[in-house]
Design a protein around this ligand. Structure first.
Ligand SMILES: NC(=O)C1=CN([C@@H]2O[C@H](COP(=O)(O)OP(=O)(O)OC[C@H]3O[C@@H](n4cnc5c(N)ncnc54)[C@H](O)[C@@H]3O)[C@@H](O)[C@H]2O)C=CC1
Length: 386
């Protein structure tokens, strides 16, 4: 029987469970491109409940224990003496969410001789050293599409928040003020702007689709070009690279995975080629943007705003400069962990575990690494040497 080690974020400060805000969730039929929603044999949780924190256990305990497996759930993931490290030594499966990532470094994979499956309850498996997983025959899988739309909605929210100067204006209202000049001296309409996405995969394309009605000019770059019908439908301008695209944009949104081609992409040099006063929204991964370059660009006014929810490391230390830089709209890593998304990725996690323990193939679109190489969604969207 297997040992499943699951790393989740801590419970709410007010205790678990938090009060239910709404009754149930809307029913979806399938994902926008027709991909089937997660399809485990059953679920042992109420959709809409908080599943991603330690006491939520992704709704997995009954299913795993009934099958005779051991489930260990912890939030204690960093440092050599962490509970994660102690249990990793004999774990068969590690489950982690990108919001509170258990960094599966090459050293940690080395110390986990039984490890066969690293499962991301969410999307984005860069917290796993994929080269080490390839070398050690560890399968890496994630719940592809589970929160792509959640993030796309967040991106649209952040673009509007920055361009319209929403957050400072809300603060002024909350603090009893009525300083209209202070609110509007950084506020613009999005209409007529050039908006570009680095990557037009599930999230990037969903952002483009959601922004089209705002009467903006839409741009994208991706290593896979979109079908001509979609380019025509959304009136998209394709660019060969991010470097070719960003000088033409007022707003840039980053929706690519973190790997060797994207690490540190938004550095001083690339940001210097952006329009003065451009906005950069990064909900992909913190390390795609150079931490200090972003701060410098906001301080000089080269960027009018930066927003996102991804940092490095996570959780970010209290003195991380992105917490205090000017004109930012940062949040903790939350966009892909709405209660709606949690229901999908908890179900998808169970689906992957059912395949893994049942000896049937994990859906190809869920695979990042398998059989000692990049596979499925991983072969499409990642490069080795991340
Ligand atoms: N903030 C959050 O809560 C979340 C963040 N994410 C991040 O967003 C990423 C993308 O997610 P999806 O759109 O669902 O994945 P996806 O696999 O559908 O799309 C990724 C796209 O990136 C493109 N790409 C890869 N390398 C590139 C490069 N060097 N230049 C240009 N394009 C490149 C791929 O061709 C693909 O079209 C994830 O890998 C993850 O890092 C995903 C979900 C939640």
């Amino acid at each position: 029987m297997a040992k499943v080690l699951c790393v989740l974020y801590p419970d709410p400060s007010g205790g678990y469970p938090p009060p239910l805000v709404r009754d149930g969730l809307p029913q979806l039929e399938h994902y926008p491109d027709g991909q089937t929603l997660p399809s485990p044999s059953a679920i042992d949780f109420t959709p809409g409940a908080l599943l991603g924190s330690v006491s939520g256990e992704l709704g997995l305990r009954r299913f795993l224990e009934d099958a005779g497996h051991e489930l260990v759930v912890t939030a204690d993931k960093d440092g050599d003496n962490s509970e994660f490290d102690r249990h990793l030594a004999d774990a068969d499966v590690v489950i982690s969410q990108p919001f509170w990532p258990a960094y599966l470094t090459a050293e940690r994979i080395e110390k986990a001789p039984n490890l066969k499956l690293a499962l991301t309850a969410g999307i984005g498996s860069d917290h796993v050293d994929l080269d080490a997983a390839i070398a050690h025959g560890v399968t890496v899988a994630e719940v592809t599409y589970c929160n792509s739309i959640s993030v796309a909605e967040h991106v649209v929210m952040m673009i509007l928040s920055l361009v319209r100067n929403y957050l400072p204006s809300n603060r002024i209202a909350s603090e009893g003020g009525w300083d209209i000049s202070d609110c509007v001296s950084r506020a613009f309409d999005l209409e007529g702007m050039d908006v570009g996405t680095v990557a037009a995969g599930r999230i990037g394309l969903a952002v483009l689709r959601r922004l089209a009605p705002f009467d903006v000019r839409l741009h994208y770059t991706d290593r896979h070009r979109l079908p001509t019908e979609i380019e025509q439908e959304l009136n998209l301008t394709f660019h060969e690279s991010a470097a070719a695209m960003v000088p033409h944009c007022d707003v840039v949104t980053v929706n690519a995975p973190l790997h060797s081609e994207t690490r540190g992409m938004f550095d001083d040099d690339l940001i210097a080629t952006m329009r003065r006063g451009a906005y950069l929204i990064n909900t992909a991964r913190g390390l795609i943007a150079d931490r200090e370059a972003v701060v410098r660009a906001l301080e000089s006014g080269q960027l009018a705003g930066y927003a996102g929810d991804v940092w490095y490391p996570q959780p970010a230390p209290p003195d991380h400069p992105w917490r205090s830089m000017p004109n930012h709209g940062m949040t903790p890593h939350i966009s892909g962990s709405t209660l709606s998304a949690q229901a999908r990725y908890a179900a998808g996690t169970r689906e992957i575990l059912e395949s893994f323990f049942g000896g049937t193939p994990v859906r190809d679109e869920y695979l990042i690494v398998d059989g000692g190489k990049l596979a499925g969604a991983g072969a499409h969207s990642y490069s080795k040497g991340g």
